[in-house]
Design a protein around this ligand. Structure first.
Ligand SMILES: [Zn+2]
Length: 403
């Protein structure tokens, strides 16, 4: 027998997954009485999580007033520690970005404790932004480019950061003294979660390939992130594809990321003194320049992109044979140059997958750019509220009036 608390979550998730709708529609869709739906909506409104909006369109009978998510009361915070930056972002309950701070940093050149000092500063700035708009942080999820033991919030191995057994959760908590929960996750898992749009049937079975300096990814099956026994699933970048190839940051030879990571692309596409290989330039600018050269038909750029696309397709075909996802979502730098990767990638996929037409698996380009991980982290922080809205305190009438 569902309790009122579990029904609060049902209503809130229905609004997240399917958009604004009237109390009457909510009652019908969720199998509740109208009175129960109204009571639940009133309860959620007291917690600042929903508000009434416009008039419901297309409804049968007398049109009702819509109920929609209210972004003001709470926000989730995501953070990312990657090879060349630390980044924080807060999303409100409706998914809108309400604060963002980023710092370019050569992470492997500093001790982990110093990197976490910088991260804590950025999170502090996000919390200040939230305080100014009267929004309560409900959690912080820190994504790290490395293997994460989620039970102990520990980064066991971050090959591209030079990190071993760094207790990120404890160190961040000690720096922030936060009243909200702090969790640590793999950044590619978070980027994957950001692509799995709740309520979208086309985004329930996806494979995400995230291109950065290295390469990561993740699997969403039946709408859930596949984490594996110890949470280490999705380390596609370290599948060995070229045993006679280059040494990887992890110490092995010929990992997939040594042939498809951004480093591999840039090494092929340009000489060392070429601006596209200048780490001081923003990666977006460098990728825009590569796209410009490819659009102009520059042979060296096109060859480098085709090389990456070929390796990407060969590896992706293995994964598609195993998983038959609805879509492969190219994320990170793969999305930025995705239109140039697509033709070779699709050809390789069709050639390498047993099922006709690559099993119907589509190639899609992420629209989130490099923000996928921080967005995924913020979204995961908010999930706690969608699972149990009662964890957000009811607000008094006075405070309600101020908002
Ligand atoms: Zn490796």
């Amino acid at each position: 027998m569902p309790t009122i608390d579990t029904n609060l979550g049902l209503v809130l998730r229905q609004l997240r997954d399917h958009g604004p709708r009237s109390r009457a529609t909510l009652a019908t869709e969720l199998g509740l009485t109208r009175t129960a739906a109204s009571t639940l909506v009133a309860d959620l409104a007291e917690r600042g999580l929903v508000r009434t909006g416009g008039i419901e369109r297309g409804a049968v009978g007398r049109p009702g007033t819509n109920v929609e998510l209210d972004g003001h009361a709470v926000a989730g915070i995501g953070a990312e520690i990657n090879v060349d930056h630390v980044w924080t972002m807060a999303l409100d309950l409706s998914g809108a970005v309400v604060s963002e701070h980023k710092l370019s940093l050569d992470v492997s050149a500093f001790p982990a404790t110093e990197v976490l000092d910088r991260l804590a500063d950025l999170v502090g700035q996000v919390v200040l932004d939230l305080e100014r708009r009267g929004t309560e942080p409900v959690g912080l999820t820190v994504g790290v480019a490395g293997l994460v033991d989620r039970e102990r919030d520990l980064v066991t191995h971050g090959p591209n950061l030079g990190w071993h057994d760094v207790p990120v959760g404890d160190l961040v908590r000690a720096r922030l003294g936060a009243a909200y929960p702090v969790t640590v996750d793999n950044e590619s898992n978070l980027a994957t979660l950001a692509e799995a749009t709740p309520g979208d049937p086309d985004r329930q079975d996806i494979l995400v390939l995230f291109g950065g300096v290295g390469m990561g990814g993740g699997i969403v099956a039946d709408g859930r992130l596949l984490r594996g026994r110890q949470g280490y699933a999705g380390e596609f970048g370290h599948v060995i594809v070229e045993p006679q190839g280059r040494r990887c940051g992890c110490g092995r030879v010929g990992c997939w990321e040594t042939v498809v990571g951004l480093r591999a692309l840039l090494d092929r596409a340009a000489d060392p003194d070429d601006p596209v290989r200048d780490p001081a330039l923003h990666v977006d600018e460098r990728l825009a320049e590569l796209n410009r050269r490819a659009d102009l038909g520059d042979t060296r750029t096109l060859d480098a992109l085709a090389q990456v696309a070929g390796w990407l397709g060969a590896g992706a075909a293995v994964l598609v044979n195993a998983l038959n996802p609805a879509a492969i979502v190219l994320s990170g730098y793969f999305a930025a140059v995705g239109e140039h990767l697509r033709p070779t990638l699709e050809t390789r996929l069709r050639a390498g997958v047993l099922a006709p037409d690559a099993g119907g698996t589509r190639i899609e380009l992420s629209k989130l750019g490099f923000t996928a991980s921080v967005r995924g982290g913020a979204g995961l922080s908010l999930d706690a509220v969608f699972a149990d809205p009662a964890r957000v305190e009811r607000r008094g009438a006075v405070e309600g009036a101020v908002r």
